[in-house]
Design a protein around this ligand. Structure first.
Ligand code: M6R
Length: 359
């Protein structure tokens, strides 16, 4: 049931605060994070992490690669499952092979999991569906506890995947003693605040509704960000594409000057993810370059930015991951409001299926 919401997607965006609390239940402890599903021996003989996934799950994977390297100090790279499958990849046994999937049934992700298992690697799936093909196959499974997701556009699956992977990065950091107690405490404090960061203020939703009036006329959209805000930019662009059918690209902010900035004009809308706690000045200078070339700028930030044409102000926090989740809600709502205004079927966008079980 939609419980008074217009679409399942809207209901699922609003559910994120609660499902993320469920996801963290019994997993965030005083000194570290822990999971019933795994133990410290999972890292025995492991020097590297390889992540494979598709779509939104792939974006959660890229986000986590920054956290695995920064916090767990384990080399980590991420690949799209359909690419990885046919590249004749080198699989070495010192690699922990992680797949991420909401459904646990995506054909390409399932195949790479089979490949890795056959090659003798330790495999772990981050999944929302218990007893799915992937949870049955992998050596270890961690469930994201998002509940059933009905909207084709993934929302709460992404936030729970990201939180699970952040908790996992901290769990590995504790096993490897790769961060100080002080840093661990700071991370845990931030983690506990995620459900708050995902609570939606009326004025934020209202702002996205107002922006959607003009933005539905956009000729093209760039979502830009750095570090973990780059995969968030990819996710924002994917949401807009899949339910609004408007052309959108996610880009690393620092890459714009290497080509895409040539597209800048007033009909090109740039959604700039400008976190106060991470590389703010670097993103700011990238946005200034776009503004100087007349792109229409919508900044999402806790700090006012004088060159913005539009501004969505998020709450000030002291951790970039909290800004990440606040901004996530904004980009999800913005895509949904544009899609609604265009008269599209938000929950069942054209040409798409919830679960892609063919390659
Ligand atoms: O079930 P999975 O997480 O494996 O699905 C992967 C993608 O098909 C999925 O995330 C897709 O990109 C969503 N429609 C995005 O909203």
């Amino acid at each position: 049931q939609k419980d008074g919401f217009r679409f399942f997607m809207e209901k699922e965006i609003y559910e994120q605060s609660d499902v993320v609390s469920d996801c963290m239940l019994e997993r965030v402890k005083d000194e570290t994070t822990s999971f019933d599903e795994i133990n410290d021996s999972i890292l025995d003989g492991i020097n590297e992490i390889k992540i494979c996934a598709c779509g939104t799950s792939y974006h959660a994977g890229i986000t986590s690669s920054y956290l695995f390297e920064r916090l767990s100090k384990i080399k980590c790279n991420v690949e799209i499952a359909s690419e990885f499958r046919y590249k004749q990849p080198l699989l070495t046994k010192d690699t922990l092979f992680i797949v991420i999937s909401q459904s646990g049934e995506t054909a390409d992700t399932l195949e790479v999991l089979k490949m890795a298992k056959k090659a003798g690697l330790k495999t772990l799936v981050i999944c929302n569906v218990d007893n799915s093909s992937m949870t049955r196959l992998a050596h270890y499974s961690i469930l994201t506890r998002a509940g059933i997701e009905k909207g084709v556009a993934s929302t709460k699956a992404f936030s729970t995947q990201t939180v699970t992977l952040w908790m996992l990065a901290l769990y590995f950091a504790n096993v490897k003693k790769s961060i100080s107690n002080e840093v661990m405490q700071k991370e845990l404090t931030a983690l506990r605040e995620v459900p708050n960061a995902l609570k939606i203020e009326d004025k934020i939703h209202e702002k996205t509704r107002r922006l959607s009036k003009r933005y539905l006329h956009g000729h093209g959209f760039f979502f830009i960000g750095r570090d973990v805000f780059y995969p968030l930019a990819l996710e924002g662009a994917l949401k807009l594409k899949e339910i609004s059918y408007l052309h959108a690209e996610g880009y690393p902010a620092g890459e714009m000057k290497h080509g895409p900035i040539a597209l800048a004009d007033p009909e090109l809308f740039t959604i700039a993810l400008m976190p106060q706690n991470l590389l703010y000045d670097k993103v700011k200078s990238n946005v200034e370059e776009l503004s100087a070339r007349d792109s229409t700028i919508c900044s999402i930030s806790s700090l006012d930015f004088e060159l913005s044409d539009d501004f969505v102000k998020i709450q000030e926090t002291n951790h970039y991951m909290l800004e990440f989740f606040e901004m996530l809600v904004v980009v999800q709502l913005l895509s949904m409001e544009i899609s609604i205004r265009l008269g599209n079927d938000v929950d069942m966008p054209r040409n798409l299926a919830k679960s892609v079980t063919v390659e």
